[in-house]
Design a protein. Sequence first.
Length: 285
Amino acid sequence: QGSQRVIVISEDQKQQFCELFPEAADKVVLVKNGYNPDKFHVMESVDKDALFDSLTSDRSEDGKLPKDYDKMALFVGKFADFKGIDVLIDATKKNEEEAEKRGENLLTVIVGTGALEPDLKAQAENLGLKNLHFVGLQGPDVIRQLQNLADLSVVPSRNEPFGLVVIEGTACGHPVVATNSGGIPDIMNTTGKTIKQNYDPAVDGNDPTVLAPNPGTKGTYTTDLGMLVPVDDSQALSDAMMQILDGDVTFNNKAIADYTQRTYSQEAINGEILNIFSQAIEECY
């Protein structure tokens, strides 16, 4: 009640706040989270051999990541249910089967840890996944190198307040396949149009401000930063990943990195926050 401004980090959070506190709706301002460009950025080169030798996996015979792969997908995050890693593992089964038909080797690397680790590893084992590897909790230096090697990052969250890992991936210069949930669309949507979670052709098809899903899909969208897919849909997740990995859908990786730094570097975000404080102070005097 005594505040001049209330800062939220996504449109989804703004909507929830205004529903809870309608009397304070006019105080709400949206400021997205920022990232540290010193930690996440495009690298000129990565010593893959040294990096992979430093990591361990209990899903390979020698305990190491295989280096003979064609394409690499990366997940980074804690092992919590809302992160949707189980959906990614299901999608990886489809990806490996499709890649195997073409004589290709798809590597999927999962970085993180948490209470669900035994269940997720058991799921991967039960599905007979050949090239999905858990490498444990890693620091930003290792993650940055993996992100620079990866062809795409995957963020299959069921609900994500913002999704900092999205911009950490795009800052390293590759597209992201993520779910259309929480604050993720705020980051991924560069189209200038509204992306709805439940697109109704009868209603939304005549609205020029609403973006229609990709042809032949129920809710997959392509933007300059990657692709958005429905929550809990392993087939849609697999399809989007394979379209990028196969080169059917292409992106300008340099433009992705430049846009991320220009829009989400902590320096840029700090300027927005300072401006909000300045306005709030002026209203007090």
